[in-house]
Design a protein around this ligand. Structure first.
Ligand code: UD1
Length: 371
């Protein structure tokens, strides 16, 4: 990998360009952007436009008090390589047309927006910062895994959320530029999680006549694009004697169209971040294939069942607080009915010696900018 490099910008005030594009990235950016501002670091937010529906995009900016992006590249949906290519082209044009070059380019997580920005940064020799570096599910059939591996290889500063992430990088021979920062999504849960508004939004969105419901989010193509898997998941839900509240990503809704949705499965539009946090807190259990929801459930002390063969968040498996299951009705029902083995989940994702992971990230970025 490349070593951490300075910006050499000839004395002007350095600027961080942050590339985001999807809902979980807006959540992470909200925490880190606020910290950049607190610490007097100039940041420009570049939105690729990967998520563009109001409920996946604008409502997140509103809920999170995240400033409007400096630009929206408006790329939108397409098959993965075309989408990534279009983002690269649009980002390159934007960077070329700007009078000031970027000093550092910062990306989050593992989406196609992350990958596109990482490649453009490498091609333009802009130091790349990867927040959520070192996560591995060891499953290259997941597009996110490929995006992570490539992004880590190209990064100058790798902000690893956990000791396991640092170890994964070490095993790949990546040591230089690695900083353990803690998980910025944990910051977000702590920052927004216990607001009265969160509880109120959740009470309004929760199923009316039931105290005990399962909250389900299924959106990965590996599940949604395989009708047999979707049918099996729905069959598992149908066997539960409680409602299953299912805020559905647009692709999930499309996948459900030709299928018979059981009466106890309440399919809803995607919910706002604050509502989602509140609903996780209220739910008896969560069933998901999302990386973010797995750890939000864990930190909020709610048992989770993940419909995937692997997870990059292995810490959540401790004490049975998260269980991996295949799309098999029996296994889904069995896992959702089991209780965890420990009274409460063992904490993870905290920054070393600090309160906020976002502070560790910003301080590490400043070290690059000051060089
Ligand atoms: C992306 C990320 C995933 C992340 C998720 C969060 C990749 C490879 N995947 O998946 O890791 O967990 O975001 O939600 O980057 N669509 C809309 N409206 C939108 C956006 C998408 O209708 O605003 C539909 C389109 O039909 C599109 C499909 O969703 O084809 C998939 O969109 P895509 O850009 O692949 O992202 P996600 O599946 O949301």
């Amino acid at each position: 990998m490349s070593s951490a490099r300075g910006t050499g910008n000839g004395g002007r005030s350095p600027v961080v360009d942050t590339v985001v594009g999807t809902r979980p990235q807006f959540v992470k950016a909200a925490m880190v952007s606020r910290t950049f501002e607190e610490r007097g670091v100039d940041e420009r937010l570049i939105h690729t436009g990967q998520h563009y529906d109001r409920e996946l995009d604008a409502v997140f900016f509103e809920d999170l008090d995240l400033s409007d992006p400096a630009v929206n590249l408006g790329v939108g949906s397409a098959p993965p390589s075309r989408q990534t290519g279009a983002m690269m082209e649009a980002l390159e044009r934007y960077l070329d047309e700007r009078p000031e070059p970027a000093d550092v380019l910062l990306v989050y997580g593992d989406t196609n927006s992350t990958l596109a920005a990482a490649i453009v940064a490498a091609q333009h020799q802009i130091p790349l910062v990867h927040v959520e570096a070192g996560l591995r599910a060891y499953d290259r059939s997941m597009p996110e895994e490929v995006n992570r591996v490539v992004t880590d290889r190209l990064s100058s500063l790798l902000c690893a959320p956990t000791p396991a992430a640092v170890e994964n990088l070490e095993q790949e021979g990546i040591r230089e530029g690695v900083v353990r920062t803690g998980d910025v999504m944990r910051d977000a849960v702590r920052h927004y999680g216990d607001r009265s508004l969160v509880r109120e939004l959740a009470r309004k969105a929760a199923p009316r006549d039931s105290e005990e419901f399962v909250l389900a989010t299924i959106h990965r193509p590996a599940n949604t694009d395989d009708p047999a898997r979707m049918r099996a998941i729905l069959e598992g839900f149908a066997r539960l004697d409680r409602p299953v509240l299912m805020p559905a990503h647009p692709r999930t809704r499309e996948a459900l169209g030709p299928l018979t949705v059981p009466a106890n499965v309440l399919v809803r539009s995607p919910v706002r971040y604050l509502t989602m946090l509140g609903l996780i807190g209220l739910a008896r259990a969560v069933c998901t294939d999302s990386g973010g929801v797995q750890r939000e459930a864990y930190w909020l002390g709610v048992p989770c069942v993940t419909v995937r063969a692997t997870t990059e968040w292995t810490e959540t498996l401790r004490g049975g607080w998260n269980r991996l299951v295949d799309a098999d009705p029996d296994r889904i029902v069995h896992a959702l009915e089991r209780t965890p083995e420990t009274e409460s989940p063992e904490p993870f994702g905290a920054p070393p010696g600090g309160e906020r992971a976002s502070v560790c990230v910003v301080e590490a970025v400043r070290q690059i900018l000051d060089r």
